[in-house]
Design a protein around this ligand. Structure first.
Ligand code: AMP
Length: 531
């Protein structure tokens, strides 16, 4: 049995990882380190190595910002041998969990206190790596891929087996624990069984119904995209359990959902997937926040059931009567689902190859108060935890007023025009503009010509095919999603940006701010988690 591992050993590992660029060496270093850990350290340590402070999905964060942390670090770390007890990996993990469970009034102060206590026990090097973990930026080149390979090596199994197991458990910590402690047969035994939730299949974003249909080979299944909480419902003789997207058991919060499916699944063994949405008295979907009240309530759940009524929309069947269904094509899983469950429990759905029909369906989803559509490839298996192109989300466009700060010379048909525009948001209270995207879409030929002329009048300098201009011209930009991106200094990038209108009537001071972009992003994030 190994001894408890000091956090300084973790720091040593990280510095060694920083010192090599060779993937294979990194795998060796990590696998050796994992082998030396105690069973209870394996999970946390494996997560820390890839910059995840907590168990669960990657959208769990400690909710600490740079300013707070800098303030705490400034208030002091420990010098080695100062009489303060050294930190162990288990201390760090316990402290992170405590910080994550601070809720409600006064939680900000409480979090800071807990962090202060942690940093007071850390040496300078330890503090640096604590910060890297907290912000998920390890910078030593070990991500999930290398980690899974290191776990495979530590457990002495084939990489393919570790990868397959990872698909189901979805958490490197859990994978490391199972692999290193329980070994090969435990890894082989991982799969879908009733009562044990698996990682949900995820979606990429598509620009519109047309591109999604094309991606899926000419015909696709469109479903309403409901703005609620994803649920995986496991039904067996012992009862029904409902799991959230983060795989926590939320059955107690949703007694009415358990009741709603009871008749259809009586005597069966099944795993169903769907979205739970809060609903107003007239049957319209309510904002996600309303639904969250349901999950926050611990006492008196019965009264909440009446206060925030919910509706279930099922969209998948992963298991039925002893048989896993995830390797079967989606079309078949849906047919089985539709046979099993009452129609009023199913997601609104349309299989089509017709763009016009699809767009009308999107409009209908929006009119009914939903978020957009999901497009699902008819022949696709269910791939747990994967964010691929077999499921595509289609959201209607949103708009921002942005400033053009530079433009690239076009080529091909656009030779001679400044045709790819660098778009920036204003920074509140300063004259700075922060770039959040580029687009060459949306203008007519005449507008390109006119825009080129105007931009050249505003030119400040030119470098390698890019003309930088005085930020003057405001354009209304449509986009489908804001993403976190290291590409631009702002940290954000717009997906599928295109120019809707040139706003000659607006001055750059009236453009949207980067603070607003941040808020819009945060709202996406609060609803569904980070992409
Ligand atoms: P996003 O979180 O924006 O990547 O969108 C994916 C999420 O949309 C899923 O995790 C579900 O919670 C939710 N969703 C809503 N309606 C559907 C649907 N018909 N099929 C799959 N997921 C859906």
């Amino acid at each position: 049995m190994s001894e408890a591992t000091p956090f300084s050993s973790f720091v040593d590992l990280c510095e060694k990882l920083t010192g090599t660029t060779k993937r294979n060496e990194k795998i060796t270093l990590v696998s050796q380190f994992l082998r030396g850990l105690t069973p209870s350290e394996l999970g946390p340590a494996a997560r820390f190595i890839i910059g995840r402070p907590l168990a669960g999905l990657d959208d769990d964060t400690l909710d600490v910002n740079w300013q707070t942390l800098s303030r705490i670090e400034a208030s002091g770390t420990r010098e080695a041998g100062q009489g303060v007890p050294p930190l162990f990996i288990s201390d760090v993990s316990e402290r992170f969990s405590a910080i994550a469970s601070c809720r409600g009034k006064g939680s900000q102060r409480e979090r800071e206190e807990l962090l202060r206590g942690l940093f007071a026990r850390a040496t300078e090097a330890e503090a640096r790596w604590l910060r890297h973990i907290i912000f998920g930026e390890m910078q030593h080149g070990v991500g999930e891929g290398v980690m899974v390979a290191a776990i495979a090596r530590a457990a002495d199994v084939k990489l393919a087996l570790a990868k397959r197991a990872m698909m189901f458990v979805g958490d490197v910590g859990e994978l490391a624990r199972i692999g290193v402690i329980e070994g090969r047969s435990a890894l082989e035994g991982i799969g879908l069984s009733v009562g044990h939730p698996i990682q949900p299949m995820l979606a990429q974003i598509a620009e519109n119904v047309g591109t999604a249909t094309e991606e899926h080979g000419g015909a696709t299944a469109l479903e309403y995209k409901f703005d609620g909480a994803r649920v995986q419902i496991h039904v067996h003789a012992g009862g029904t359990r409902i799991f959230s997207r983060r795989l926590s058991d939320v059955t107690e919060s949703l007694p009415d959902v358990v009741a709603a499916i009871a008749k259809d699944v009586a005597g069966r063994e099944a795993v169903l997937e769907g979205e739970v949405v809060a609903q107003s008295v007239d049957g319209r979907p309510l904002p996600f926040q309303e639904l969250m009240r349901r999950f926050r309530r611990v006492h008196d759940i019965e009264s909440m059931v009446n206060e925030v009524p919910v509706r279930l929309y099922l969209f998948d069947l992963l298991f039925l009567d002893g048989e896993p269904f995830i390797d079967r094509p989606y079309a078949e899983r849906w047919d089985q689902l539709a046979q099993l469950m009452s129609e009023n429990l199913l997601a609104d759905r349309l299989v089509t190859g017709d763009k016009g029909e699809g767009e009308a369906f999107l409009q209908a989803a929006m009119d009914a108060g939903h978020e957009g559509l999901m497009a699902k490839a008819l022949d696709s298996p269910y791939t747990p935890g994967a964010r691929g192109k077999k499921w595509l989300k289609i959201k209607p466009a949103e708009h921002l007023d942005l400033v053009i700060i530079a433009a690239d010379w076009g080529y091909g048909r656009r030779t001679g025009w400044l045709s790819n525009y660098h778009l920036a948001a204003r920074s509140e209270g300063s004259d700075e503009f922060c770039m959040i995207g580029k687009t060459f879409k949306g203008l007519t030929d005449d507008e390109f010509r006119e825009m080129t002329k105007r931009l050249l009048e505003l030119k400040v300098r030119e470098k390698r095919g890019t003309v930088f201009v005085r930020p003057t011209i405001v354009v209304e930009v449509a986009y489908n999603e804001i993403q976190r991106s290291p590409r631009y200094a702002s940290g954000f990038a717009l997906r599928f940006a295109r120019i809707k209108a040139i706003r000659y009537d607006k001055s750059p001071h009236q453009a949207d701010t980067i603070e607003r972009v941040h808020n819009l992003f945060q709202r996406q994030f609060e609803r569904k988690g980070r992409s």
